[in-house]
Design a protein around this ligand. Structure first.
Ligand SMILES: C[S@@+](CC[C@H](N)C(=O)[O-])C[C@H]1O[C@@H](n2cnc3c(N)ncnc32)[C@H](O)[C@@H]1O
Length: 308
């Protein structure tokens, strides 16, 4: 798979112009025969092959976020309800630490990048999916913000995004797209490297412990707040959570994700060098383990002196 380097802070429109006629991001999806392709080589329709539950690849997200799904993503999350649900949680954590420069590594359609720009933060908006970045840029413009977008895969983050940040955010259950442990470690190491010596990583994911151990339930209040939209697991095992997203027009899309257990993620964070990690459940510091729909980890890079 060929990837491309993009300059830091280049806008999506700039990069489209600069790359006109060049061989930009070519995913394996471009080889899918008989399907419409967009200029980035992403097929119109999702294709999980004959055995969908066998698709467990870190890079498959690029073929999952097809144009139709990206267009519908905002119906799923509903920006207004989501903003209400999370309140000022992220903004407070960032302001408490005096953070100014933020790297949003999973920009998606731009919800957090736009919110943080509106709050006066400097934001670089990265994502591996050009479709998502295009949508994020459009969403930003509609709200009077120009996003600085960079197409960058997490395993190659420091190759493609330059500079150091006060905070890296990886939100909206995004890290779950990394299927292999090796890739999860590499991605976390790249986030760590992008941070200042006292920077913070904020990363969230579904409460997969509860889904794996007790089955799925959702309050439908946080993250995916859209009316008449459902996001439910079709298959869950220790290596795969395959979710189906159904929209009011009857269209359905799937995502194949890795079910991250809370303490496993905390352990990985410690192993790549984060010193302290606080984990919140649905934005609360205290919770019963099986209660929250989502966990939010706030991992500090600053070295902590401890007795040997
Ligand atoms: C579930 S969406 C969440 C988007 C957004 N943060 C939100 O909360 O709405 C996950 C995003 O992560 C991106 N992503 C997944 N794996 C990635 C990788 N390895 N490198 C870069 N981006 C990735 C996808 O392209 C997608 O935009």
């Amino acid at each position: 798979m060929a990837t491309r380097r993009v300059l830091e802070c280049e806008t999506y429109e700039d990069s489209k112009h600069r790359n006109a006629g060049k061989d930009v991001h070519v995913s394996s999806a471009s080889k899918v025969e008989g399907q419409e392709k967009d200029p980035f080589g992403i097929p119109e329709d999702q294709d999980f092959g004959d055995v969908p539950v066998a698709v467990r690849e870190t890079d498959h997200y690029q073929e999952e976020y097809v144009a139709g799904f990206v267009e519908k993503w905002d119906e799923l999350i509903d920006w207004e309800s989501r903003a209400e649900g999370e309140g000022s949680f992220f903004i407070d954590h960032l302001k408490e630490r005096g953070a100014r420069r933020i790297l949003d590594v999973a920009t998606g359609t731009g919800f957090h990048s736009v919110r943080l720009l509106q709050e006066g933060f400097e934001v670089v908006s990265a994502d591996g999916s050009p479709q998502m970045l295009a949508k994020a840029f459009e969403n930003g413009r509609k709200r009077g913000e120009i996003l600085s977008t960079v197409q960058a895969g997490w395993r190659f983050l420091n190759r493609d995004v330059h500079g150091v940040f006060d905070a890296v955010i990886c939100l909206g259950n995004s890290f779950t797209h990394m299927s292999r442990e090796r890739d999860r470690r590499k991605a976390l190491a790249e986030y760590y490297a992008a941070l200042k010596h006292d920077g913070v990583l904020i990363l969230d994911h579904r409460n997969y412990d509860a889904i794996l151990d007790d089955g799925f339930s959702s309050k439908h209040v946080y993250y995916y707040c859209g009316e008449n939209v459902t996001a439910e697991p079709e298959h869950v095992d220790e290596g795969l959570a395959r979710f189906c997203y159904t929209f009011p027009d009857g269209s359905k899309y799937h995502l194949n994700m890795f079910p991250l257990r809370k303490n496993y993620v905390r352990q990985l964070m410690t192993e790549v060098g984060f010193q302290e990690t606080s984990t919140y459940g649905d934005f609360q510091a205290t919770y019963q383990e099986d209660e929250p729909d989502f966990f939010i980890h706030v991992a500090e890079k600053e070295y902590v002196e401890r007795a040997a």
